[in-house]
Design a protein around this ligand. Structure first.
Ligand SMILES: NC(=O)C1=CN([C@@H]2O[C@H](COP(=O)(O)OP(=O)(O)OC[C@H]3O[C@@H](n4cnc5c(N)ncnc54)[C@H](OP(=O)(O)O)[C@@H]3O)[C@@H](O)[C@H]2O)C=CC1
Ligand SMILES: O=C1O[C@H](COP(=O)(O)O)[C@@H](O)[C@H](O)[C@H]1O
Length: 478
């Protein structure tokens, strides 16, 4: 495979995400020869770093993956730093001079990826300056990778879209949802559409319910200030959980193009049944906030740094979602996500209807994290004289060696962007419809009494009401 030619300009190069995720991802692409000598990266932020200091930061961030220090040094030599306040238009002139020089030096063929990894408030000023100061090239491609959150509700997302599209067309905008870079999530379409065992059964006639569980054992860590303005619904449901829901319920795309793939997801997200009243939210959505753990070892959310002592931000949510399409009528999709639950467990369960009362239902389980694996639960006869039914799992789990070769989330997504493949990036219509649904929860919560927070101790599976939500459907969280 021929390595790609490209110049990447990264806004927010001194930030947390860049060091923890982006440099390691780009290094893996370099190690796997997807990018090599015709690649350069300009990192920008306000801190007055030198190229050498920047390269050292990059080397530190990849230290645990380096097996050849000379090769790592060679990788770091492709990194350049320019101190830049994104609100200052003069800086874009210097940025363009450096970009043009590196285009020549690395023969990047005019291919540019602009990666914006800083506060969402600054997204529009950057894109408008890129246009005004002529940083988009006429040869090659210009692509924008943009971090989350994309707006704070439908209205602000629409405003942001209007601003970005003054510079970039929709098909040049790569909105990151890092869950779409996960191996098991990328595999959902193969499981659904490439197995005769599943494709004809994937509808209301055979599926009883679907469960998507994004449980975390960590708390808000040092992101209290961000989390106070977010909460779990905006942090995990609007994006990751609803994307998984769309992948699990969309029709088979009419072609393999990213356009048709995203159209299929848009159709689902447009048909999520919004909540119309506080009563509907009350019976279908459970919210929670963690308090201190029972042994006092873990802090409560209100005791976290930069969190108000009377905060009403939700750190847990469970919801029963319905899709307003004939093929999904009557099939509940249960989703839940929370901080400081008893374990990290990111799983999908598709529960099929039983054929009769004596048989257990079939279930497909996809484990996304901490392990990566798939299990299909089937009925057999109890081995031996008995004719009783027995449920057994057919399992496939990647071992740690195999898992270490899998592209990591950001690695896969940056690779896809370099390839010009938009499939694993969210279209504006996906984001907009997800916001409309989520807004219907918040609008009704605003009309309701604030819950009795905190209502679950850190280190437990969430509030009891989340179990009751499923019990009403004669099921439980798998
Ligand atoms: N960190 C994470 O785990 C995740 C982050 N994200 C998203 O990624 C983005 C970046 O997050 P994160 O790295 O955590 O944020 P940080 O606060 O760690 O970094 C912000 C970056 O922006 C730079 N910056 C701030 N103001 C300016 C300015 N006026 N001009 C130029 N540079 C500026 C900062 O550098 P300096 O101070 O030197 O100017 C720094 O490099 C956000 O959109 C966030 O929502 C998404 C998922 C997870
Ligand atoms: O987007 C986010 O995701 C992480 C969880 O991601 P995972 O890949 O570890 O499952 C979450 O902790 C964070 O709050 C949120 O912003």
């Amino acid at each position: 495979m021929k390595p790609h030619s490209l110049l990447m300009i990264l806004f927010g190069a001194t930030g947390d995400l860049a060091a923890r995720k982006l440099y390691p991802a780009i290094y893996r692409l370099y190690k796997n020869n997807h990018i090599s000598e015709h690649f350069a990266l300009i990192g920008t932020a306000r801190r007055p770093w030198s190229d050498n200091h920047f390269r050292q930061v990059v080397l530190d961030s990849i230290a645990d993956q380096v097996d050849d220090p000379d090769h790592a040094q060679e990788f770091a030599s492709h990194f350049y730093y320019q101190s830049n306040d994104v609100t200052d238009s003069d800086h874009y002139i210097h940025l363009q001079e450096l970009a043009q020089k590196l285009d020549q030096q690395y023969q990047t063929q005019g291919n540019r990826i602009f990666y914006i990894s800083l506060s969402p408030k600054l997204f529009p000023v950057i894109t408008s300056q890129l246009k005004a100061q002529g940083l988009l090239t006429n040869q090659g491609y210009n692509r924008l990778i943009i971090e989350k959150p994309f707006g704070y509700d439908y209205q602000t997302a629409a405003e942001l879209q209007a601003q970005l599209t003054q510079t970039f067309k929709e098909n040049q905008i790569y909105r990151i949802d890092h869950y779409l870079g996960k191996e098991a999530i990328a595999s959902i379409k193969n499981i659904r559409f490439n197995n005769t065992l599943f494709a004809p059964l994937w509808n209301k006639k055979y599926i009883d319910n679907i469960q998507i569980s994004l449980a975390e054992d960590i708390g808000v860590e040092d992101r209290g200030a961000y989390y106070e303005s977010s909460g779990v619904v905006k942090d995990m449901i609007q994006n990751h959980a609803l994307q998984i829901l769309a992948l699990l319920t969309m029709d088979e795309p009419v072609s393999q193009t990213s356009e048709d793939f995203r159209k299929a997801k848009i159709n689902i997200l447009q048909h999520l049944r919004p909540f119309q009243s506080p009563d509907q939210v009350n019976s279908n959505v459970v919210r929670g906030q963690y308090g201190p753990s029972l042994d006092g070892h873990l802090k409560g959310y209100r005791q976290e740094e930069n969190v108000a002592s009377d905060s009403t931000t939700e750190t847990f949510v469970a919801a029963k979602i319905s899709i307003n399409l004939p093929q999904w009528e009557g099939v509940p999709i249960f989703i839940r996500s929370g901080k400081r639950m008893d374990q990290k467990s990111t799983t999908i369960n598709v529960i099929f209807k039983g054929l009769n009362e004596s048989e257990m239902t079939n279930r497909l389980s996809i484990e996304i994290a901490p392990k990566l694996g798939y299990q299909l639960f089937l009925n057999i006869k109890e081995p031996g004289y008995s004719n009783a039914n027995k449920v057994i799992p057919f399992s496939y789990e990647l071992n740690s060696d195999q898992a270490s070769y899998m592209p990591q989330d950001y690695e896969r997504l940056i690779y896809d962007c370099i390839e010009g493949n938009l499939s694993n990036f969210t279209h504006f219509e996906e984001v907009a419809n997800a916001w409309k649904f989520v807004d219907s929860i918040y609008e009704n919560w605003e009309k309701m009494e604030t819950s009795d927070f905190p209502n679950y101790p850190a280190g437990c599976p969430g509030p009891k009401k989340a179990q009751e939500l499923l019990a009403k459907h004669q099921t439980y969280w798998y």
